[in-house]
Design a protein around this ligand. Structure first.
Ligand code: ZN
Length: 138
Protein backbone atom coordinates (compact mmCIF):
# COMPACT_ATOMS: atom_id res chain seq x y z
CA UNK A 1 0.00 0.00 0.00
CA UNK A 2 2.69 2.45 1.09
CA UNK A 3 4.80 1.47 -1.88
CA UNK A 4 2.00 2.25 -4.30
CA UNK A 5 1.56 5.65 -2.72
CA UNK A 6 5.29 6.31 -2.99
CA UNK A 7 5.26 5.38 -6.66
CA UNK A 8 2.34 7.73 -7.21
CA UNK A 9 4.15 10.61 -5.52
CA UNK A 10 7.29 10.04 -7.58
CA UNK A 11 5.33 9.80 -10.84
CA UNK A 12 3.39 12.94 -9.98
CA UNK A 13 6.61 14.95 -9.60
CA UNK A 14 8.02 13.34 -12.74
CA UNK A 15 4.97 14.17 -14.86
CA UNK A 16 4.30 17.59 -13.32
CA UNK A 17 7.69 18.83 -12.16
CA UNK A 18 7.67 21.76 -9.76
CA UNK A 19 9.92 24.74 -10.48
CA UNK A 20 11.18 23.40 -13.76
CA UNK A 21 12.94 25.79 -16.10
CA UNK A 22 16.07 27.75 -16.69
CA UNK A 23 17.13 30.73 -14.59
CA UNK A 24 19.46 32.70 -16.81
CA UNK A 25 22.34 34.30 -14.96
CA UNK A 26 21.43 32.70 -11.64
CA UNK A 27 23.72 33.02 -8.63
CA UNK A 28 23.89 29.26 -8.36
CA UNK A 29 24.08 27.22 -11.56
CA UNK A 30 25.46 23.73 -11.60
CA UNK A 31 25.17 20.86 -14.03
CA UNK A 32 25.74 17.23 -13.13
CA UNK A 33 25.55 13.95 -15.01
CA UNK A 34 24.84 10.50 -13.76
CA UNK A 35 26.48 8.34 -16.41
CA UNK A 36 25.26 5.15 -14.69
CA UNK A 37 21.70 5.93 -15.73
CA UNK A 38 22.05 8.75 -18.26
CA UNK A 39 20.44 11.36 -16.02
CA UNK A 40 21.26 15.04 -16.38
CA UNK A 41 20.35 17.84 -14.02
CA UNK A 42 21.07 21.57 -13.98
CA UNK A 43 20.07 23.40 -10.81
CA UNK A 44 19.63 27.15 -10.46
CA UNK A 45 19.08 29.41 -7.47
CA UNK A 46 18.93 33.07 -6.60
CA UNK A 47 19.19 34.43 -3.08
CA UNK A 48 17.81 37.65 -1.64
CA UNK A 49 18.49 38.77 1.92
CA UNK A 50 20.24 35.44 2.36
CA UNK A 51 17.22 33.30 1.43
CA UNK A 52 16.70 31.27 -1.72
CA UNK A 53 13.92 33.18 -3.47
CA UNK A 54 14.12 31.12 -6.65
CA UNK A 55 15.16 27.48 -7.01
CA UNK A 56 14.75 25.80 -10.37
CA UNK A 57 16.01 22.85 -12.33
CA UNK A 58 16.23 21.51 -15.82
CA UNK A 59 17.08 18.01 -16.79
CA UNK A 60 16.24 14.73 -18.35
CA UNK A 61 16.51 11.16 -17.30
CA UNK A 62 14.69 8.61 -15.21
CA UNK A 63 11.64 9.36 -13.08
CA UNK A 64 13.61 9.10 -9.83
CA UNK A 65 16.22 11.68 -10.85
CA UNK A 66 13.66 14.18 -12.15
CA UNK A 67 11.17 13.68 -9.31
CA UNK A 68 13.91 14.09 -6.73
CA UNK A 69 15.03 17.36 -8.37
CA UNK A 70 11.43 18.62 -8.32
CA UNK A 71 11.07 17.75 -4.63
CA UNK A 72 14.39 19.38 -3.86
CA UNK A 73 13.36 22.71 -5.36
CA UNK A 74 10.32 22.75 -3.08
CA UNK A 75 12.40 21.80 -0.08
CA UNK A 76 15.15 24.40 -0.57
CA UNK A 77 12.98 27.35 -1.53
CA UNK A 78 13.15 29.99 1.20
CA UNK A 79 16.16 28.43 2.89
CA UNK A 80 19.43 30.25 3.49
CA UNK A 81 22.71 28.68 2.40
CA UNK A 82 23.40 26.98 5.74
CA UNK A 83 19.89 25.58 5.92
CA UNK A 84 20.13 24.36 2.34
CA UNK A 85 23.41 22.59 3.12
CA UNK A 86 21.77 21.00 6.15
CA UNK A 87 18.77 19.80 4.10
CA UNK A 88 21.07 18.31 1.49
CA UNK A 89 23.04 16.51 4.19
CA UNK A 90 19.82 15.27 5.73
CA UNK A 91 18.57 13.94 2.42
CA UNK A 92 21.85 12.19 1.69
CA UNK A 93 21.73 10.66 5.14
CA UNK A 94 18.25 9.35 4.39
CA UNK A 95 19.55 7.79 1.22
CA UNK A 96 22.00 5.68 3.20
CA UNK A 97 19.16 4.61 5.46
CA UNK A 98 20.01 6.65 8.53
CA UNK A 99 17.40 9.37 8.54
CA UNK A 100 13.67 9.42 8.06
CA UNK A 101 11.51 12.18 6.73
CA UNK A 102 7.96 12.37 8.03
CA UNK A 103 5.58 10.32 5.89
CA UNK A 104 3.72 13.55 5.15
CA UNK A 105 6.66 14.83 3.13
CA UNK A 106 6.90 13.87 -0.53
CA UNK A 107 10.61 13.25 0.01
CA UNK A 108 9.79 10.21 2.12
CA UNK A 109 8.70 8.54 -1.12
CA UNK A 110 12.33 8.37 -2.25
CA UNK A 111 13.37 6.29 0.72
CA UNK A 112 12.21 3.18 -1.14
CA UNK A 113 15.02 3.77 -3.64
CA UNK A 114 17.52 2.59 -1.01
CA UNK A 115 16.49 -0.95 -1.88
CA UNK A 116 17.97 -0.41 -5.34
CA UNK A 117 21.56 0.70 -4.71
CA UNK A 118 22.24 1.38 -8.40
CA UNK A 119 19.48 4.01 -8.36
CA UNK A 120 20.59 5.95 -5.29
CA UNK A 121 22.77 8.17 -7.47
CA UNK A 122 19.65 9.04 -9.49
CA UNK A 123 17.96 10.30 -6.33
CA UNK A 124 20.94 12.27 -5.04
CA UNK A 125 22.00 13.84 -8.37
CA UNK A 126 20.14 17.15 -8.03
CA UNK A 127 21.17 17.49 -4.41
CA UNK A 128 24.83 16.87 -5.23
CA UNK A 129 24.57 19.47 -8.00
CA UNK A 130 23.06 22.01 -5.64
CA UNK A 131 25.70 21.39 -3.01
CA UNK A 132 28.42 21.80 -5.59
CA UNK A 133 26.73 24.98 -6.79
CA UNK A 134 26.82 26.34 -3.26
CA UNK A 135 30.55 25.73 -3.29
CA UNK A 136 30.42 22.88 -0.82
CA UNK A 137 31.83 19.40 -0.95
CA UNK A 138 30.01 16.72 -2.85
ZN1 ZN B 1 18.37 7.55 -13.11
Amino acid sequence: MMRELYTQIIMDHYRSPRNRGELAGAEVEEHLLNPLCGDEITVYANFRDGKATEVKFEGRGCSISQASASMMTEKLLGKNREEAEAEIERFKTMMVGEEKFPETEDLAALRGVIQYPSRIKCATLAWDAFRRGLGGRE
